[in-house]
Design a protein around this ligand. Structure first.
Ligand SMILES: Cc1ncc(COP(=O)(O)O)c(C=O)c1O
Length: 386
């Protein structure tokens, strides 16, 4: 016991000394633009609740109804006895909305990425992955035992070189976030789809931060680029714009059948609680039916970015409601976040290893539930804090 404790404490002290130790903040009550932390009301610019649906009463009502009809737990994995009507309804809704042959829901987006990539790529395959892809993609590749080739962020020339030098018969999969979670920029999906076609590779796009936010109808970056029908695998989450919980893939029927048989994070885990599936489905319906939320969200994000740029802050290549302020060193990021918190504003400091060394930042996210006054208050507080 003592040896373990000493070892762990040394590691934690080391993180602390480098300003990299992570702490949990105790939030009371519901998620939203304002949250209660230690008895104070804090203006929240740290969530991924882009459309403000996490505490929408319509999602809570859908969860309640499913709870009464189907119970609290699914009871088993989907392949054993847990394939419930809420899951089926959610999958049909997703396929119809995205315009794909089929959809398959996983318990989380993390599990979807790990399951899909490890099922599709094997020792004989190569996965080409943007250097800034989400950790769940990296973990999926590691688990697949395929060779991982990381290309520089958005680097289409480098990706093409890598594809060129790969033997023709090799199984190739290109994987990318559509919206990069810590940078807020959009992957060049049109160029990726083009390269994939020319070099015979499959493409998988992670729409965790694109779904519900981008595209004329909110279907994501694939719609934004007009690439429907040209991307083999569209993965996404129900935990961000859709306001609840879960991961999904949308694609052809064969892909769904294959993953049901091969994706270990689908097969060997209990199905998502039906109330989460029902609330997520309600979130997807709201994405589909209330485009004004998305329009307002994107306007607000533009306002914030403009306000920050006018103050001289570096918002990197952000084009979405994820707006980083690059400060580079971890200590400054923590101090800036702390100064804002004193003023009642929550803006999370993001440090390595979540982002590359020397690129620590504040990660701001606006939501459709924020007001213009909220954004003005943030900009003024940042001016003072900086
Ligand atoms: C790009 C990306 N992919 C996947 C995930 C995992 O999704 P989930 O939170 O549903 O597990 C996240 C965020 O958590 C993400 O940012």
């Amino acid at each position: 016991m003592r040896m373990l404790d000493n070892f762990l404490q040394t590691e934690l002290n080391d993180l602390q000394s480098r300003h990299l130790r992570r702490l949990l903040r105790n939030v009371d009550g519901a998620q939203g633009p304002r949250v209660r932390i230690e008895g104070r009301e804090i203006l929240n610019f740290s969530s991924n609740d882009y459309l403000g649906l996490a505490s929408d009463p319509r999602l809570a009502q859908a969860a309640k109804e499913a709870l009464e009809k189907e119970g609290a737990g699914a009871g088993a994995s989907r392949l054993i006895s847990g394939h419930l009507s809420s899951h089926r309804k959610l999958e049909q809704l997703l396929a119809d909305f995205k315009g794909t042959q089929s959809a398959l829901v996983f318990s989380t987006g993390y599990m979807a990425n790990v399951g899909i990539i490890s099922a599709l790529a094997g020792r004989d395959g190569i996965v080409f992955s943007d250097r800034l892809n989400h950790a769940s993609i990296v973990d999926g590749i590691v688990l697949s035992r395929a060779e991982m080739k990381r290309y520089p962020h958005g680097g289409m020339k480098a990706l093409e070189e890598m594809l060129k030098e790969t033997p023709a018969g090799k199984k190739k999969l290109i994987v990318t976030d559509s919206v990069f979670s810590m940078d807020g920029d959009i992957a060049p999906l049109d160029a990726i789809a083009d390269l994939a076609q020319r070099y015979g590779a499959m493409v998988m796009v992670d729409e965790a931060h694109g779904f519900g936010v981008l595209g004329k109808n909110g279907k994501g970056a694939v719609e934004h680029f007009g690439l429907e029908g040209k991307i083999d695998i569209q993965m996404g989450t129900l935990s961000k714009a859709a306001g609840c919980f879960g991961g999904y893939i949308c694609g052809c029927e064969t892909l769904r059948e294959y993953l049901i048989n091969k994706a270990r994070s689908f097969i060997y885990t209990t199905a998502m609680p039906p109330m989460a599936a029902a609330a997520s489905a309600r979130g997807v319906e709201i994405i589909r039916d209330e485009p004004a939320r998305r329009t307002y969200l994107l306007e607000l994000a533009n306002d914030l970015r403009r306000g920050l740029n006018d103050l001289g802050f570096d918002t990197m290549n952000s084009q979405t409601p994820i707006i980083p302020i690059l400060v580079k060193d971890a200590k400054t990021a923590v101090e800036l976040s702390g100064a804002l918190f004193e003023e009642g504003i929550w803006a999370q400091a993001i440090r390595p290893p979540t982002v590359p060394q020397n690129t620590a930042r504040l990660r701001l996210t606006v939501t459709a539930a924020h007001t213009r006054e909220d954004v003005e208050r943030l900009v003024k507080a940042l001016r003072r804090a900086a």
